[in-house]
Design a protein around this ligand. Structure first.
Ligand SMILES: Nc1ncnc2c1ncn2[C@@H]1O[C@H](COP(=O)(O)OP(=O)(O)OP(=O)(O)O)[C@@H](O)[C@H]1O
Length: 512
């Protein structure tokens, strides 16, 4: 069957880009036009199956393109995206034949659902493995290879954890159901599995800013998958074909970290390139950023602000061409309060913060991940282990997982290796919790600690507000007037909120 072609029309190229990234996972070909005239020229060449046009309903010519299409190509469906709600204009657009009228910006899932509905294609599948696809960018391997070495199921169709539920697949597997495209990398792959709501929200946020150069902070306990998220974010970005370099700061001396990140140009001896140099054109992921010494925090701030740095021993600044992704297991804001982390640096890196939930809060994801790791290990070690006994599953669900996904992965791999039957039993898992009292729900909760982790409602509610503002700003090319209009607030309110959330970057080094 011929591939469906969708023409996206919007005067703002970043909005076009945003829509393209939202629809990239579908089995469709996407083209963009920045004005009605370009759209008409494209339509006259034929073979367009759907138009998605972003319009300002206040513009007197807003429905001109719709009018033209419905006159010349009556069967061609049109989805209109209004920048502001306007009931009367919506009615008029429907009367003139618009197949759907939505508000823009909107969640990727909603846009994809509308496309499938308007095309009458509930079968509209996410893009298959890009081995057979040309439209999806292909990622390159990690430069440093420091990430966990992984082998993946030969046949994903058989991996029971993959293919149902919300699954981001990266590295050649079944189609992803999230908004992220599915790049294929030969020899290496990484699968990000999860349906948990908070994880999904973090990934959706990542998805919405993947196309930009905005720095991203990934926060989560050890082993929650921060590095995997960083890698996936990189591959979905326009830099996905460039290198991905990972630097870990914990346990290293300040001098060693500085040399690793920024390199060395001493008077004698050969120059040693730093990871910023090696990541040129790609992404550098600096994990445990809280461990950076104050002087390195200043150097990082300069890199973010001016895009410049000086290798050790050099006084000549060098230009960097990297996207920065930072990882932390600590609450950086608390560190800022305690004077352990620069506030200005915090504000710069926390504009987009992805919070990765601990495994013990992810409910059924534990089963999915366990199944995935079991399947993978059974294939890798050629062991006939086909599942978990009900008792083993119960233990997996009840265990506290202080080491998160990393611990689960190791426990399941071990179990597959030592298991004598076809099913993993509790004892195979080697968890500390297999002793007396193993099945007790969870380690006693330290109430004062738990209370300390619960955030005040006002603060918790600020997070989605910041996200909505950021998404709107990104979608509208950081045009404050437009953004205020789309969000239906006045410019002063928008300004105040941007200030409050650290979104007022004078000259953002990363702005597109
Ligand atoms: N959602 C997930 N789906 C599949 N595998 C995952 C997921 N999250 C983490 N993993 C796997 O768990 C292991 C640990 O993940 P990762 O190294 O990304 O965690 P991390 O948070 O960066 O750890 P650390 O804090 O130690 O740096 C990796 O092998 C990774 O592939």
């Amino acid at each position: 069957m011929k591939e469906t072609r969708i023409l996206i029309v919007h005067p703002d190229s970043s909005a076009c880009m945003l829509m393209t990234s939202m629809l990239q996972t579908l089995c469709v070909q996407l083209e963009e036009a920045n004005n009605d005239r370009a759209a008409v020229r494209r339509l006259e060449r034929g073979e367009v199956d759907l138009i998605i046009a972003g319009v300002d309903p206040d513009d007197p010519d807003a429905l001109e393109l719709l009018h033209y299409v419905k006159r010349k190509f009556p069967a061609l469906p049109v989805v209109l995206l209004f920048s502001v709600g306007d009931a009367e204009r919506t009615r008029e657009a429907r009367q003139r034949g618009a197949d759907a009228v939505l508000r823009f910006p909107l969640p990727a899932t909603q846009l994809r659902a509308a496309v499938a509905q308007v095309l009458g294609r509930s079968d509209l599948a996410p893009r298959p493995s890009p081995a057979s696809s040309t439209a999806v960018p292909l990622g390159h391997g990690s430069v440093n290879g420091s990430g966990p070495s992984q082998s993946y199921p030969r046949s994903r169709a058989e991996d029971p954890s993959v293919g149902h539920g919300w699954t981001v697949v990266d590295g050649g597997g079944p189609p992803a159901r999230s908004g992220w495209p599915v790049p294929q990398r030969s020899g290496e792959g990484a699968v990000l599995i999860g349906e948990d709501e908070s994880l999904r929200q973090a990934i959706e946020l990542a998805e919405s800013i993947a196309q930009t150069r905005a720095p991203v902070l990934i926060q989560g306990e050890p082993g929650t998958g921060k590095s995997l998220v960083a890698r996936t974010l990189h591959r979905q970005s326009p830099r996905g074909l460039g290198p991905f370099v990972e630097v870990r700061c914990l346990g290293e001396s300040a001098a060693e970290i500085e040399r690793t990140i920024f390199g060395e140009r001493l008077m004698v001896g050969p120059a040693v390139p730093g990871e910023v140099e090696r990541a040129r054109g790609g992404t550098i992921y600096i994990d445990d950023v809280a461990a950076l010494a104050p002087e390195l925090q200043s150097k990082l701030l300069r890199l973010l602000r001016d895009g410049e740095y000086e290798p050790i021993g050099s006084v000549r600044p060098e230009r960097a061409d990297v996207r920065l992704v930072l990882g932390t297991r600590e609450e950086l804001l608390e560190l800022v309060d305690r004077g352990g982390f620069r506030q200005d640096l915090y504000f710069r890196i926390s504009v987009v913060t992805l919070k990765i939930p601990p495994l013990r809060h992810r409910g059924a994801d534990i089963d999915r991940l366990a199944e995935h790791f079991r399947f993978r290990a059974a294939q890798r070690f050629d062991r006939p282990v086909s599942g978990f006994s009900p008792e083993a599953l119960l233990l997996l669900r009840r265990y506290h997982w202080p080491g998160n996904v990393q611990e689960l992965e190791a426990a399941v791999e071990r179990a597959v290796l030592v298991c004598r039957g076809r099913q993993v039993e509790p004892a195979d898992l080697g968890l500390a919790a297999t002793g007396p009292g193993a099945m007790s729900p969870r380690p006693a909760v330290d109430r004062s600690r738990a209370a300390g982790q619960i955030r005040p409602l006002k603060e918790a509610l600020e997070e989605p507000e910041k996200r909505i503002i950021l998404e709107a700003l990104e979608a509208l090319g950081w045009n404050r007037q437009e953004t205020a209009r789309v969000l239906d607030i006045n410019r002063t309110t928008l300004y105040k909120k941007m200030k409050k959330y650290g979104l007022l970057l004078e000259e953002p080094a990363w702005a597109n």
